[in-house]
Design a protein around this ligand. Structure first.
Ligand SMILES: Cc1cc2nc3c(=O)[nH]c(=O)nc-3n(C[C@H](O)[C@H](O)[C@H](O)COP(=O)(O)OP(=O)(O)OC[C@H]3O[C@@H](n4cnc5c(N)ncnc54)[C@H](O)[C@@H]3O)c2cc1C
Length: 464
């Protein structure tokens, strides 16, 4: 029996791998995405601060300084067209001491050097006028008007769904365990059998170094997971904050911020702590206590509000702060490693970058005239949700049957998720497609019904 063969195999279905799959599936190439976990977007890509960065604070001369602004441009126009929730809140960088105040002009200069010219300095009084609930002691600020908040969950799902619609295979629960050269091709070993491929794209995130080793480049870089813990506050906290409130960054991290979310909550975080285990997304008492201390300073009233959830994500930090990209045409591999703190923003630019490297190697990556797009259900609180849409409910009563009362998710949306081309395989996947179970009760009231519908998707939409 002949082995299946594709032109390009992408290892890793986070936001980066999915964006690459989307871009390449729109060409004449045959593409397979291999994801070890049960779903796309279920690794680091589901647990971040969900900011669409302009790149104003990137380091001049780095790859990140090129790809973040380009990714911002691409995702800013893709998101509204596809149904990815995005809100133009802008960001306010707040200086809390003289040293931070003195750093603001340098940050604005840096922004201009990397191509972002719209930062403006604010006196303390103006900071308080724009953010009336800011804690006492702000000395001044820097406004970055084009920073956005974005839905972190829909982008990888949209990219993978679009890749699928254009002929790519999205293989979930299919880890790559080894790789060998066979002539000019690669053979990737997986529990479901080998896959032969012309090119390999390493988008394995926290395991990017292990996949580089499989491809013959052990030691090219080493990933040290950098854990970021976050606290999610209840929707009643949302009126307390208008912008993303950024700290003055240090060389090591962007620091602790307070930001609204597109779901209508408020986020506080993240921490930055190196850990050894690439699966260690546990939260710690010390981490959360430290965050609450920061929160008390930035927005004191936030601490009077209920905490809905805490979670942690792991950044794929390496020995260098820049992305670890490599293209080896002679070996037919592309490595997208070390995409640490800005990968959601840069994802589409990384897809474009990969296509450019293939083009340099003589591969035709022109988009097909018949390539199609997709529209995803928007999870944003600012959009009209199905339960608010009288016309939609009149046409299909399932959109008026609320299952998750905290997040107002209807049985019609749960049914649609299961009917979608890339359906969820677990409750976490259903949550990332609908918002179900992510509200203030964290499933206390609705998990039995949601679980029943998940076990019997046909029941979703069949009535209460
Ligand atoms: C706390 C925190 C805050 C952040 N905030 C922001 C932000 O506000 N804005 C922003 O733009 N970015 C932010 N980021 C960064 C962003 O989340 C990441 O850069 C991005 O999610 C990385 O995506 P990825 O696809 O490279 O990795 P992942 O999402 O980790 O995907 C890699 C995938 O590869 C799979 N895999 C690994 N090994 C194999 C194998 N052998 N075979 C098959 N599959 C494999 C994994 O299962 C995983 O699903 C933040 C990150 C963190 C942790």
């Amino acid at each position: 029996m002949t082995q299946p063969r594709v032109d390009v195999a992408i290892i890793g279905g986070g936001v980066v791998g999915a964006a690459v799959a989307r871009r390449l599936a729109r060409t004449r190439l045959s593409v397979t995405l291999l994801e070890a976990g049960p779903d796309v977007g279920a690794g680091t890509s589901k647990a971040n601060t969900a900011i669409l960065h302009t790149g104003f604070d990137t380091k001049p001369g780095t790859i990140e300084a090129t790809l973040v602004p380009r990714g911002y441009e691409l995702l800013s126009s893709y998101a509204p067209a596809v149904g990815i929730a995005v809100e133009p809140t802008g960001a306010l960088l707040v200086a809390w001491n003289e040293e931070q105040l003195a750093a603001l002009p340098r940050i604005a200069e840096n922004a201009a050097v990397v191509g972002y010219e719209r930062c403006s300095s604010l006196e303390a009084a103006e900071c308080y006028r724009r953010e009336p609930h800011l804690g006492l002691g702000a000395l001044g600020g820097l406004m970055v008007p084009d920073e956005h908040i974005v839905c972190p969950w829909t982008p990888p799902l949209a990219f993978a769904t679009e890749a699928l619609a254009n002929g790519a295979a999205i293989e979930r629960s299919r880890p790559v365990l080894g790789a060998a050269r066979i002539g000019d091709d690669w053979q990737l070993d997986t529990p479901a059998g080998p896959l032969r491929t012309g090119w390999v794209v390493n988008a394995a995130g926290l395991r990017g170094d292990a996949v580089e080793a499989m491809l013959g480049h052990a030691g090219a870089f080493r990933v040290t997971p950098r854990r970021g813990e976050l606290v999610v506050f209840d929707k009643l906290a949302r009126p307390l904050v208008r912008h993303i409130l950024l700290p003055v960054p240090t060389g090591r991290t962007k620091g602790v911020l307070v930001a609204p979310t597109v779901f209508g909550n408020v986020l506080l975080g993240p921490t930055a702590e190196d850990v050894q285990d690439p699966a260690d997304t546990s939260s710690t008492a010390a981490g959360i206590a430290g965050l609450l201390e920061h929160g008390r300073r930035i927005l004191p009233q936030l601490l009077d509000e209920e905490v809905t959830a805490v979670y942690a994500g792991l950044r794929a930090a390496t020995e260098e702060s820049d992305y670890r990209l490599a293209s080896r045409p002679e070996e037919r591999t592309v490595c997208l490693g070390g995409i640490r703190s800005t990968g959601l923003t840069a994802s589409m630019a990384l897809g474009e970058w990969t296509a450019e490297r293939l083009a340099e190697a003589g591969i035709d990556v022109a988009e097909r005239a018949d390539a199609v797009g997709v529209v995803m259900p928007s999870l944003g609180e600012a959009a009209v949700r199905p339960y608010q849409d009288a016309g939609r409910i009149a046409a299909d009563a399932a959109y008026g049957q609320i299952v998750c009362h905290c997040e107002r998710v209807s049985s019609g949306e749960i049914r649609d998720a299961y009917d979608s081309p890339l359906p969820p395989v677990d409750l976490d996947g259903l949550r990332r497609r609908t918002r179900v179970l992510m509200g203030r009760c964290q499933g206390f009231y609705c998990s039995a019904e949601v679980t029943a519908r998940a076990g019997n998707p046909a029941a979703a939409g069949a009535g209460p």
